[in-house]
Design a protein around this ligand. Structure first.
Ligand code: FMN
Length: 210
């Protein structure tokens, strides 16, 4: 079982980094192999909107993008993984540009005929909801603002998963990022650890059913 963590804050020792590290430790405690991508350290260019990745090479697990950066290597691992953690701070009531840039490049996971102007892009390798993902969002706005600050972020990430046929297991909003006491941080890290544990358990449970 392989779980990938995508950390969408530019601060590599910040709150998101700590939560993702804890969640991946939780997954490891259930025997999963894990890998963390700090997106700020990856070379991920902006999508240029050419649609080549979607329209061409429908037989491949992900489409060929003309941009030569780290994305092909990441997607290679992505299609082989069993579960994902996506984490982002709220920036201007949405996900960070860093994470959004990566999500847009994930377009290569889909295909569509050029002539088809009606249907949504389809997943090249449908996951049949056997893969799962957990989403973390942190904000300076306190926990009571989860709906205002967290939900737009969760929705942006979830729409891709709906198309990929990946189930979302947990959505975790951590508010009050700038007034985090040591005690509360430890509590939130524990919750993140348990989310990592649950992610592996939920994937295993789903696979036992089939
Ligand atoms: C450009 C910018 C925009 C922000 N916008 C919001 C916002 O709309 N709502 C909010 O609650 N916090 C906002 N914040 C605070 C961040 O969410 C907070 O610094 C972050 O969650 C801390 O996580 P990190 O340590 O992993 O970076 C913003 C921060 C920055 C730098």
């Amino acid at each position: 079982m392989k779980i990938l963590g995508f950390m969408g804050s530019p601060r590599v020792n910040g709150l998101n980094a700590k939560l993702v590290k804890s969640a991946l430790k939780g997954a490891e405690s259930k025997g999963a192999e894990t890998k963390r991508y700090d997106l700020i350290k990856c070379n991920i260019e902006y999508c240029r909107g050419c649609f080549k990745c979607v329209f061409e090479n429908h037989d491949l697990p992900f489409g060929k993008c003309p941009i030569e950066d780290d994305v092909a290597g990441i997607l290679e691992e992505y299609v082989r993984a069993d579960g994902y953690i996506f984490s982002t701070p709220v920036y201007d009531v949405g996900i960070t540009a860093l994470l959004k840039t990566f999500l847009e490049r994930k377009f290569a996971l889909f295909f569509k005929d050029k002539e088809d102007t009606v249907t949504l892009p389809a997943p090249r390798t449908p996951a049949h909801f056997l893969k799962k993902a957990s989403l973390f969002v942190t904000g300076n706005a306190r926990d009571e603002y989860r709906e205002v600050m967290g939900d737009p972020c969760f929705e942006t990430i979830e729409i891709d998963f709906m198309l990929e046929q990946v189930d979302v297991a947990d959505k975790f909003y951590v508010g009050g990022a700038h007034v985090m006491t040591k005690e509360r941080l430890e509590e939130k890290k524990k919750e993140a650890f348990n989310i990592g544990v649950r992610l592996v358990e939920e994937i295993e449970k789903e696979r036992e059913k089939k």
